[in-house]
Design a protein around this ligand. Sequence first.
Ligand SMILES: Nc1ncnc2c1ncn2[C@@H]1O[C@H](COP(=O)(O)OP(=O)(O)OP(=O)(O)O)[C@@H](O)[C@H]1O
Ligand SMILES: [Mg+2]
Length: 1029
Amino acid sequence: MFCGRTRDADEEDAEVVTGMAELEGLEFGKSDFVLLDEVTMEQFMENLKLRFEKGRIYTYIGEVVVSVNPYRQMDIYGKDTIDAYRGRELYENPPHLYAVSDAAYKAMKRRAKDTCIVISGESGAGKTEASKYIMQYIAAITNPNQRVEVESVKNVLLKSNCVLEAFGNAKTNRNDNSSRFGKYMDINFNFNGDPTGGNINNYLLEKSRVVQQQDGERNFHSFYQLLRGGSDEMLGSFHLQKDPALYTYTKEGAATATSNNDRSSHKAVMSALEAIGFSQEEITSIYQVLAAILLLGNVQFESDGESVQIVGLEAVNHISELIASDMDSVCKSLLFRTVATGGGEVIEKGHTEQDACFGCSAFAKALYERLFGWIVNRINSVIEVKDYNPVLHGKNTVIGVLDIYGFEIFDNNSFEQFCINYCNEKLQQLFIELILRQEQGEYQREGITWQHIDYFNNQIIVDLVEQPHKGIISILDEACLTVGKVTDTVCLESMDTKLAQHPHYTSRKLSPTDKTMDFQKQFRIRHYAGDVTYSVEGFLDKNKDLLFQDFKRLMYNSANPVMKEMWPDGQLSITEVTKRPLTAATLFKNSIVALVDKLGCKEPYYVRCIKPNEMKSQVLFDDARCQHQVAYLGLMENVMVRRAGFAYRQHYARVLQRYKMTCEYTWPNHLMASDREAVEAIITQHGFQDDVAYGHTKLFVRSPRSLYTLEQERAALIPILVLFLQKVWRGALARRRCRRMRAIYAIMGCFKRYKVKAHFWEVERRFTNVRTMADYGRSVEWPTPPAALSQFHNNTVMLHRRWWARQIVKNIPPSDMLEVRAKVAALTALSGERKDWGVSRAWERDYLANVRDCPQTSVAFIRVSKELRNRDEHNQVLFSGFCRKVNRFNKSTDRGLLITDKCVYKLEPKKQFKVLKRLPLDILTGLSVTSGADQMVALHTTSQDDVLLCLQRGELCSNQDRVGELVGALVDHFTRLRNVPFPVKVCPLAVQLLMRGKPKSVSVESKAGQNNADFKKSRDGFILLVPAN
Ligand SMILES: Nc1ncnc2c1ncn2[C@@H]1O[C@H](COP(=O)(O)OP(=O)(O)OP(=O)(O)O)[C@@H](O)[C@H]1O
Ligand SMILES: [Mg+2]
């Protein structure tokens, strides 16, 4: 699109217009004056008029917005419009205040630049309205998170307008809501781009309006709002009546109809004051000052030739009440002035009637001026940025909004117009500095081919006013300083003498033929915006701005702390030598110089307001008036410079930094000799080489569209880069975490190994000598093992126990082993449920063969036993003994019981131990015993024909337990040798068994007189009767 294009204006225009036409048809005129076919006043005016008639009130000159007051409500400020402009580039939407606001905001947020929006134009051109829309826009697009503290700052900033307009605006013949002060508001933003506070500077309040208004004009709105909107109670307490016509200061404006409703405005102001944070006491004091001023206006003086008196002391009484002073002091201040003589004496000098009137109105003006200043300061104290810490909160950036009186040319121009017009000269100078001269200067510095544009540099007029010694302000100040009667006329003469040669100054004396000026009364300055003839009358008084010290002291001594605060300078005692106060003009000059300095270091955005007609008409476009404004606002020069210029310029390093990701040769770092070459690579890659110029240090881009393309590409790449950076950083973080984890594990591993080793060492230490210990270390306490070794610990404890057991067992002779094994088996089988199981005695096993136990029968039994061994080939007798046995027919008899490793024999003792029954041992499946001391045993069989018997004791001991021994022998045999389970049931109450398949229950009962245990039939089986003891 940009390739091969020559600097042909038409072609370029056509191209950009196509872009714009998408948004706004050409029938609405050109949305940027830069696109005019020819830069002539005619074409400019034609376009401006066309756009006004088509309801397009905004037009650009590059980034400057030209705004024409539509004098009607336009539907272009709603939420939809705000959304359409939010975050967009200037040329993406039709021209609008919102677009510059957004540009200023973006510059502030993206580049951390302080910016300012300078709104200029004559009275009624729409500056204040514009400033309000700008504020609304900024408020609407910030604080998306609705943070409370930010919302409250925004609220105060917005609400402050209402209060400042009530006290600082008035109806004039040119504007129903004319700002009678200059306003510069700084809005502070945090690094998030949310407003954190602000500061308002006010300039030169037109206080003369308090005491006098031109025909058809009004005093400040606040007076009418109080008189028309104040409650009866309030007015009563202030000794006021509801009618503005009753007060000298509001009489002129009383009959004037205005578009604003004083009553509803009063309500709005009261609630705004409250919302901002004014206390009830402060609000009352504000209105008390207003009331006092109104009453002061009605004070009259009369003279009897000698002394001066106040007519009607009632008003003074009320005033003293309102300003919380006593009546005497008020009267004194109005009628006398205290003067310190050279010798430190203080004398009271009575006023002439004229002095008294002068003093009274000076007092009224000063009261109002101080009140206004105090209100502004009070608002500032609420919104000032508190607890700001640049380290913590990042750079504090600022957007300033300047809404200041435009150039004024009246029929009768006085000191105020002189100040206001000087201020406009200064702002024009700033505009020239920033927009015109800087621009051209930069092209020269950067070595860019440049066609010089002639523009009028108004520095010479600024000098005419403010130059030390020679300037008009200096001459005025000098005249004020001079002791003796220096009149305005004398001062004019002095100016005529000193400025005679100045090309922008003239007077009737210097050009006697010019009859448009009066002799000894008027002088003329050829301002950049046009010639203005000033009447020198009152210049000196206004410059001196004399207020008798007595009033300051009066107010300082007020019992009302709010009023006292407004008059700190009243503190000085009469005899204190005060420095001569600076004159009004010098004070104003200083404040404007400070303002210009403040603006000069910010990135400026301009809104140039034009008033289409004097009739406040929606349709009228007064060509002559408009052309005049276009001329003095320097808009034509602006267009010319802009057309010849470049929309964007930036140092190579910055361009590279911002756009290097859009080009493969520059991302992430270039290998070229200089940043400039790298930037060239970016530009060439995008094909913009014909739309740019390369300066010595900066790149100049002609059309914003190229920049926009770069921006768009950058915006598209940023998420990818962010992702990339996130990836790398996350990787780095993860690796670091991993390294740490590894280190932690290594430390943990070492520690664990140490713990394990320490455990080993401790075990070793404790158990080293167990071999030689009497108890083989049974009493040695085990150290608590680390968790990892708990299994190991259990095993080693087990091992030690086994080893220990082995040491014990090792010492048992082999002949005892069978008994030991049987006892172990019995111990396990009975598992502590049977109280006595004969563990402590020697287990003889084969009792029937035991001579000591069965001295009479053992011989016979041994014989039989041998025969059985030979016959059945058993290896071992597991148990033998006498027993009482019962059969299924309930018959109980004494028997011999022999259990070998092959069979169970029932023997008849009475018949030489004849075998009555022989059961293979295999058929035994388990046995049941009771938990008591009885000797009953039920041997369970596979044939479900169990053997129930009660062991009897022989001679060895008549009450030893043999059940445990029988159990031990059988269990040991089955489980250890045969390796089959042999369940033993220990029954607490009754033993259950089967006889020929039938269940029987056998309980045990002790019976007195029973000598030997014996069975007896019971209902469900048997009862074993045992002797009672
Ligand atoms: N954008 C607008 N939309 C609708 N009406 C507007 C607009 N701008 C200005 N006006 C009308 O013009 C009147 C004067 O505007 P404004 O008070 O902003 O002028 P100004 O430039 O501040 O004048 P002054 O220098 O006297 O304070 C407003 O009261 C309003 O009626
Ligand atoms: Mg205004």
